[in-house]
Design a protein around this ligand. Structure first.
Ligand SMILES: [Mg+2]
Length: 324
């Protein structure tokens, strides 16, 4: 399922970062927590095992990691973190009593972003952490620019390529039905020609926003994948696909945005092509989207302001439902 990370909600300049401090000595954890208190959220762990669990649950922005700990060392935990698909990118600073240059080299070679010796100077620890969090902030911003559309603030096609496949795989594992589809704004070129591109942008934002809210209510997500074309998915619970798609269609109609380039009294509308499916090995997201595109084409060549919906799961028969 589409999930927004902390980064995607965080705006530049906000400082609600989470620091995970892992050290077997309570006194060290207390000092570290006091250094960052009031500036960042601090989560602590006393063993490598607990630290790994906290990292998974809290998704911290940076980890301060002691090297010498009983049972499992900081180096061992670092190896685990680096092998994990989502934890690998979290910056780690080793804080250690080891004075050996070889240990420092080992830590840095393992991928640590910094190495601080004990006993540490509070100001230096704070300054180094701040520096690395600034890098995190810039990286998150770059990621946001790369994965989100600046006009509508919706995730873009690149994000779709990641999330739609993740969603497909998790639905396949759970054997749960889902709906994939395409939404296209009707007569949008005519709208732009008649009202100008600036006003066209306003409409795209309005339409994107209202459909996003509708799909979000049903646990779905929408992406801007072309000029006036949006891809979406949502979980099909209790055969609610028709209800969700009708709500999306109606939400745009209710905006009642005049579109006099079609005819006097006309309003902006959308057309939707959608496919319900329980994912299996024989199918791919790409094939489903191709079918959704064919459904959309049917609507575009008839009434528009309508949905063409196909359920692939009913006894392998293709049941088509046209809603308008
Ligand atoms: Mg220790």
């Amino acid at each position: 399922m589409q999930s927004f990370t902390k980064e995607s909600h965080r705006r530049a300049g906000e400082q609600n970062y989470t620091i995970l401090c892992i050290d077997d000595e309570s006194a060290n954890l207390k000092v570290l927590a006091s250094i960052f208190k009031g500036h960042y959220d601090v989560v602590v762990a006393k063993t490598a095992k607990q630290g790994f669990e906290r990292a998974l649950n809290e998704k911290p922005d940076i980890i301060l990691l002691d090297v010498l700990m009983p049972e499992e060392s900081g180096f061992e935990l670092m190896e685990k973190l680096k092998q994990h698909p989502t934890l690998a990118s979290i910056p780690v600073i080793f804080i250690t009593g080891l004075q050996d240059a070889e240990d420092e080299e080992k830590g840095l070679m393992m991928g640590a972003c910094d190495y601080i010796h004990k006993p540490f100077n509070y100001g230096i620890v704070r300054a180094r952490v701040n520096t690395h969090l600034e890098i995190v902030r810039q990286r998150n911003l770059l990621q946001k620019f790369a994965l989100f559309d600046s006009l509508t603030e919706l995730p873009n096609r690149r994000k779709w390529q990641q999330d739609s496949i993740d969603y497909w795989l998790s639905s396949k594992n759970a054997q749960s039905a889902m709906v994939y589809g395409i939404i296209d704004v009707d007569h949008f070129k005519k709208y732009n020609d008649h009202y100008g591109h600036q006003q066209g942008d306003v409409v795209l934002r309005q339409v994107a926003n209202t459909i996003r809210r509708t799909l979000f209510d049903y646990g779905g997500a929408i992406f801007r994948c072309g000029g006036e074309e949006f891809y979406f998915y949502f979980p099909a619970q209790q055969n609610n696909a028709k209800q969700v798609l009708t709500s999306a269609l109606n939400s745009v109609e209710q905006l009642a945005i005049p579109h006099h380039a079609i005819s006097l009294g006309s309003c902006v509308s959308v057309s939707i092509g959608a496919i319900q499916v329980i994912p299996n090995e024989k199918l791919s997201v790409e094939q489903i989207m191709q079918q959704a595109d064919e459904r959309l084409y049917l609507v575009k060549n008839s009434t528009r302001n309508a949905v063409s919906f196909l359920d692939l799961n009913i006894d392998d028969q293709q049941i088509s439902l046209d809603i308008s």
